[in-house]
Design a protein around this ligand. Structure first.
Ligand SMILES: Cc1cc2nc3c(=O)[nH]c(=O)nc-3n(C[C@H](O)[C@H](O)[C@H](O)COP(=O)(O)OP(=O)(O)OC[C@H]3O[C@@H](n4cnc5c(N)ncnc54)[C@H](O)[C@@H]3O)c2cc1C
Length: 448
């Protein structure tokens, strides 16, 4: 872009920013509820609140959602976007909801700081005051300070990350197809490494195995035996949140599909050309994907520990999901450390827990605003763990320890996830993508 055009665009941007800053509504007499984040927790709170709040109360309320992106990302299908199974737009649900009940607005802005004492939030568009606050900003990747992770590994947290992974795999195939068999660069380009043997890593690696096989057989003249797909886990087993026998079954399924699973393998560095393990081994690879951990959102992390009690960065809440000492502020989803009402202690940082907390809080807040003393504390229902491990293979672990594997596990996974997608357009889109994939038709092009 020529310099003069760049300058005009920058000037326009500054003007827009100024104008938008002025558009943030001043706080008037209406009670303002501010929801931070349009993830599983934030959106299920909004839907539940809109459903439960009474009309006569609602007319004196304003409900503002502040989020950096005007969509809700359906993370459980991210790995399918990364492996060409599902179109990225099919996992993005809109956050704008039409309602006549109350003044509901979406403000697309970045939240920079929460001032919990003085009841306002600092955003990229200015400060926004509130009466009630719902903190639902989720998590971010954690590289545990390991050298080179940020620079040389691609995480899987956003839609952009998923597209980056897909593009990386495809561009590696393009380059490898130009090199002779036996060329060390070709070997590195055809080696795919996933770091982190939790649910995300396990699902991603299973899907990469299928994708790579399909790219070899259908689009590139490369024998699939040339491709190496490796899962690296620092612990002595996969899936620390599952029972040991489930984790073992998962390992066996992955290995039977051609994934090499390395346990007790601690990554000490990720370099441009591969992964270095603690024992000095180096795995040469041009494709390194990072799914080894999450940490709390920096905005939450930056709330002073002297004001708000936290554990592992998450805000400790009581049985009504209230932030201690601040009864008008609530934390839900990955931001909350919830110990009450569950055998699992704390309630896990999972979508299903975030949805349950959002739904509960919607009812709770609607009820206390009606001056009704709400007695029922939050109770978490554990629905177990569900994983898809590639074509026609899945695992479902129920809370009582029952485990279903194979085709039935895969089918249950698909049915449950399809039901959870919130719009009909996206449900149909995903069904279409899955139908195409049954006939081995995936997304094999890249844009970057
Ligand atoms: C790849 C992947 C796969 C997963 N698969 C599963 C699964 O199969 N099952 C399951 O139960 N869980 C799964 N999870 C975990 C699940 O996604 C989280 O536990 C869940 O999203 C937590 O919900 P939340 O609302 O707390 O946060 P999120 O859903 O992460 O939402 C946070 C929201 O805050 C917004 N936000 C963040 N920072 C800012 C800021 N500074 N300013 C403005 N807005 C901001 C974000 O844009 C987002 O809208 C997966 C996670 C990942 C990454």
């Amino acid at each position: 872009m020529p310099w003069y055009r760049r300058k005009t665009m920058q000037a326009q941007y500054e003007l827009d920013k100024k104008a938008l800053g002025g558009l943030i509504p001043e706080k008037g007499n209406k009670t303002r509820i501010l929801v931070l984040g349009s993830g599983f927790a934030g959106m299920s709170f909004i839907k539940s609140f809109l459903k439960n709040v009474k009309y006569d109360i609602a007319e004196n309320l304003e409900l503002f959602l502040i989020t950096i992106k005007n969509y809700h990302l359906f993370t459980p299908l991210l790995y399918q976007v990364a492996t060409g199974l599902v179109n990225e737009y099919h996992i993005l649900d809109p956050v704008r909801i039409k309602t006549k009940k109350l003044d509901y607005r979406v403000i697309e802005a970045e939240i920079k700081e929460i001032n919990i004492e003085r009841k306002f939030v600092v955003t990229s568009l200015g400060n926004i005051a509130y009466d009630y606050l719902v903190i639902a900003l989720g998590s971010v990747d954690n590289d545990f300070g390991i050298k080179g992770v940020k620079e040389n590994a691609i995480p899987l947290k956003s839609a952009k990350d998923a597209i980056k992974i897909r593009s990386k795999i495809i561009s590696s195939f393009e380059r490898a197809s130009l090199l002779d068999i036996g060329n060390p660069m070709r070997k590195s380009l055809l080696t795919f490494v996933v770091i982190g043997g939790g649910p995300t890593g396990v699902e991603l690696v299973g899907a990469i195995r299928d994708y790579v096989k399909q790219l070899c057989n259908k689009y590139y003249s490369i024998d699939s035996s040339e491709c190496r797909v490796i899962l690296i886990e620092a612990a002595n087993r996969l899936l620390l949140q599952a029972r040991e026998k489930t984790a073992e079954k998962c390992r066996r399924i992955l290995e039977s599909r051609g994934v090499r699973v390395l346990l007790n393998a601690k990554v000490v560095a990720v370099e441009q050309d591969g992964v270095v393990l603690a024992d000095g081994t180096k795995i040469e690879s041009s494709n390194v994907f990072w799914t080894a951990g999450i940490k709390v959102n920096p905005v939450v992390e930056n709330i002073s520990d002297e004001l708000v009690l936290k554990k592992k960065g998450r805000i400790i809440v009581d049985e009504y999901l209230r932030v201690q000492n601040y009864p008008y502020a609530f934390a839900i989803g990955d931001n909350a450390w919830v110990t009450s009402g569950s055998k699992l202690n704390p309630v896990p940082a999972m979508a299903s827990a975030a949805v349950q907390q959002g739904e509960y809080l919607g009812k709770y807040l609607a009820s206390i605003l009606s001056n009704y003393t709400f007695k029922k504390p939050f109770v978490y229902k554990d629905f177990g763990l569900m994983l898809s491990l590639g074509r026609f293979k899945g695992i479902v672990e129920f809370p009582n320890g029952w485990v279903i594997t194979g085709f039935l596990g895969w089918l249950i996974w698909r049915m449950v996830h399809l039901v959870k997608i919130s719009t009909m357009r996206n449900k149909l889109g995903v069904m279409f993508d899955w139908a195409m994939a049954l006939f081995k038709r995936r997304i094999v092009t890249r844009i970057d």
